[in-house]
Design a protein around this ligand. Sequence first.
Ligand code: KIV
Ligand code: ZN
Length: 523
Amino acid sequence: MSDNRRKIVIFDTTLRDGEQSPGCSMNLEEKLRMALQLEKLNVNVIEAGFPIASEGDFKAVNQISKQVRGAIIAGLARAVKIDIDRAWEALKSAAKPRIHTFIATSDIHLKYKLKRSRQEVLDAAVAAVKLAKSYCEDVEFSCEDAGRTDDEYLAQVVKATIEAGATTINIPDTVGYAIPSQWGARIKHLVENVPDLTQKAVLSVHCHNDLGLAVANSVAACQNGAGQVECTINGIGERAGNASLEEFVMACRTRPDLLDFTTDIKTKEIYPSSRLLSNITGAFVQHNKAIVGKNAFAHEAGIHQDGVLKDSLTYEIMTPQSVGIHKSDIVLGKHSGRHALDNRFRELGFELEKKDLDKAYVLFTKLADQKKNITDEDLLAIVQNGIQNIPEKWHLKYIQTVGGNQIVSSATLVLTDKTTGEDVKDAATGDGPVSALCNTIDRIVGLEGILNDYQVHSIAEGRDAVGEVFLRVIFDGVEYMGKAASTDVMDATARAYLNAVNKALFAREHGVDKDKQKAKRGV
Ligand code: KIV
Ligand code: ZN
């Protein structure tokens, strides 16, 4: 069936607004992996970072510009020369670069943050767009805190920045204050009061989720003329997050009877994208989250189960398969071969190179020895946790932990130094087995870590389910994320901690990540 509905541009800001939120930071290699997945998902624009904010952000925008050729790559810049110059420097090798410049326009921001008059802000916005335009044809301008900006002044800024050359005008509800009907009316007011607005530029919205209305507001904006939606995978972003990409996209797809617009998103890539992001960041998706939560397609009540078995239409408004969640009939176990594994990975959206498939197969057979049936979630954990590019300096060979409520906890470990091939054995005590284990690793590797966050999640059901451990640990004032999965939680903890250790040692050796702490945006 042909779909003649208007196409909404999907501007994904997972790597910029999303990455800014606490607990969601990513290193260069992780951002690149995520960007390649966003390309597969077929987003139209990837906002890859804020180049002036840190060396790490600059490198990420630069690398993504070089390697991701299908999507437009955007870099954020305040409405000042130094930011715009830096953004262009990072973006200039992109096949389709976009400079995204912004300044706040609400009286609250003008008075307390910028201490500038409306005219001064208008002049700065116009100058910024003109400078960006001198570098790049595709320029987006955002009126930060547009949600609380005076309607007439907002229209004046939009008109002036379009005249200066902006090709996309973004209207952010920066503090998530809008209500759908009012937000729709605000967008309509702009369309009606800025001559030829939607012919001359793409009108965009960027809604935050402080009242849980970001997706509803984005839908209302599109019903009133917006042509671009800024959103993130799993809805991550500043504070309560941004509009969730998967929710907006599936609303368009599920309600063509009411919504006369659609997107280019390949919806089967939604679930792999969501899983990849939570695997990279350790920021878990709440179980009842729409579309990608663990319970989004689970039916518990007897009446519901009966209905779904008779016909899934009874209680499902979309199929799990349509968002890339597979319930496969082929059970993978210890007798499955490399070919079956490769097929299953392809169905899940991963085309592994031979060396990665070999690695995945080793991890798979190890897991199959511990666990009868390997689920898709187990496979996703293998591909996303096991195959990583940080070289292993220290490898876990042996672990024994002792804990209990009446004894002093202790851990004994043997680690292999991969550079020398030597095995090093040590033991330590601690306030509980996790602390004993971390203390032992610190003694062996010669670092002193402060454990900042420690999370254990079971990936599938059952007593033999694989446990995923995510932790954040500070070495030398810089935070590193570590992750690992195993049927044994202490084994997973030791390997997750070592994952963070290996990242810290790699960063130390290569002088990277030094700016991670001071990074983030200064706006
Ligand atoms: O929320 C916001 O206003 C932003 C802008 C920089 C687009 O993130
Ligand atoms: Zn934002």
